[in-house]
Design a protein. Structure first.
Length: 460
């Protein structure tokens, strides 16, 4: 496999490798609200405080589920203890199809790393696991070896094992560092390994056409299909997508399009822009306003035919969506969504369509009288003491609280509603595009006025 490096350069690669560490500026949520500048990723900014588990989950779980499991013809081998595989298996995407034939997203293979491997090294066991996986599933298009914490701690040369296996099998075998204890460095390891796999396999399979786009999106419980349908309706051709619903062959055309449409994948879109000069947009399809704005922004990158199709689609779908919004708005208008982290203004459009107020502990919030208010101290959840948190909640009186790390139980004891995994999955799965607005409204009603909140009011 020859290295295809069209339009790339080492400077762009070095800059792309540090994208996940760059600081970010959040624009003001209102004219009188301040902008928020978050620092570059560092250990102090993501520390544990007051004994609270607020630094997030395992990096291996996130990298595996988000970037590798959705690639349907790719075999994943977790090089580590069996428990690590079990940790992520229940959360992995479940696309349809017959597993074991040529679709492997539901499979999670493991090298069965044991205590003796920590003492004597596990390279031989890994090589054996790769050969067994290739013999059991010969239709795979490649193997990703995900190395977890014990392997990184003892220093096994898994990259050498992967390269040797690739030569032996005649298929790509990639070693990916997923060490959770390395935090941001571990995320960078994963991004570099996957980007190198892109570069090795970049070999455009077709000539570039005027309406070709690349679609970057997480699995989103299958919601990526709705976005792909919208792009097709306005006359665009999705030549490659990653990681949601992709195959390894999609890697060939990732850098062979006119535009990258990224849903929550801005770091990867910036990487394609830096290395190959492909423009990109940060797409948002949650709600009527966000969907219309995103489609119009996409159309600006193409000719008038695409713009006309966008306006025709918006004209046909908007009246139906506005009818749904009008039915649910009386139940939701005036409610307050409050986050303990910074909020992107563009990401609030799904709430503001229904008259829901939005605020955060860093940017302030809109009071019931319409004035913008600021907290006594602007800080993230991890930086506030329990007393300060109680004081802030009493002052804000939020209807929905987000950005609380893993401390949902603490909020529930105070009768604060917080989105859980089920509600987030429901919003991702069905609330995308014009057809998902009713599901979005119903989920908002469940979140902002759940039964246990009514029980709290009864106690008063």
């Amino acid at each position: 496999m020859a290295l295809i490096d069209s339009g790339s350069n080492m400077t762009g690669r070095r800059a792309a490798d540090k994208l996940h560490r760059k600081p970010f500026c959040y624009p003001p949520l209102a004219p009188e609200a301040p902008a928020v500048q978050t620092p570059a990723w560092n250990y102090d900014w993501n520390r544990m405080q007051l004994g609270r588990t607020s630094i997030g989950g395992c990096a291996y779980g996130g990298q595996s589920i988000t970037y590798l499991a959705p690639v349907r013809d790719l075999l994943r081998i977790t090089n580590g203890p069996v428990g690590c595989s079990l940790y992520v298996h229940d959360n992995a995407p479940r696309p349809g199809g017959a597993d074991g034939a040529d679709l492997f997203s539901n499979l999670n293979l493991n090298s069965n790393f044991r205590e003796c491997d920590i003492v004597f090294g596990g390279e031989r066991r890994l090589a054996q696991a790769i050969d067994e996986a290739d013999a059991l599933f010969p239709l795979h298009a490649g193997i990703a070896v995900m190395n977890v914490c014990p392997v990184a701690l003892i220093g096994d040369d898994t990259e050498a094992v992967a390269k040797s296996a690739a030569r032996r099998l005649g298929k790509p075998v990639t070693s990916v560092g997923c060490s959770g204890y390395r935090r941001g460095d571990g995320v960078g390891d994963t991004m570099r390994a996957i980007a190198e796999t892109w570069r090795v396999n970049l070999a455009p399979s077709r000539a570039l056409e005027p309406c070709d786009v690349t679609f970057l999106s997480r699995e989103m419980h299958g919601a990526w299909r709705h976005v792909a349908d919208l792009l097709t309706k306005i006359g665009l051709h999705v030549v490659a997508r990653w990681p949601a619903g992709s195959r390894r062959g999609d890697h060939a055309d990732l850098a062979n399009s006119r535009l990258t449409v990224a849903v929550g994948m801005d770091d990867w879109a910036k990487r394609l822009e830096l290395e190959y000069g492909i423009p990109w947009i940060d797409a948002d399809f949650l709600g009527l306003t966000a969907t219309c704005d995103t489609l119009r922004e996409i159309a600006r990158h193409f000719d008038g035919v695409v713009a006309d199709k966008v306006e025709d689609l918006i004209a046909a779908e908007t009246p139906k969506a506005q009818t749904v919004i009008a039915a649910f708005r009386p139940h939701l208008a005036g409610k307050l969504y409050f986050s303990f982290g910074a909020v992107q203004k563009d990401n609030t459009r799904g709430y503001t369509d229904f008259g829901i107020r939005v605020g955060s502990s860093l940017q302030g919030w809109q009071g019931e009288d319409g004035t913008w208010r600021m907290p006594p101290r602007t800080a993230r959840y991890q930086e506030l003491s329990l007393a300060e948190l109680d004081e802030l909640l009493a002052l804000v009186k939020p209807d929905l609280v987000d950005g609380w790390g893993q401390d949902g139980g603490w909020l529930l004891k105070r009768f604060c509603t917080a989105p859980d995994e089920r509600s987030r999955a429901a919003l991702e799965r069905a609330s995308i595009g014009f057809g998902g607005i009713r599901a979005q409204a119903m989920e908002y009603c469940n979140l902002f006025d759940p039964p246990f909140r009514r029980f709290r009011y009864a106690l008063r």
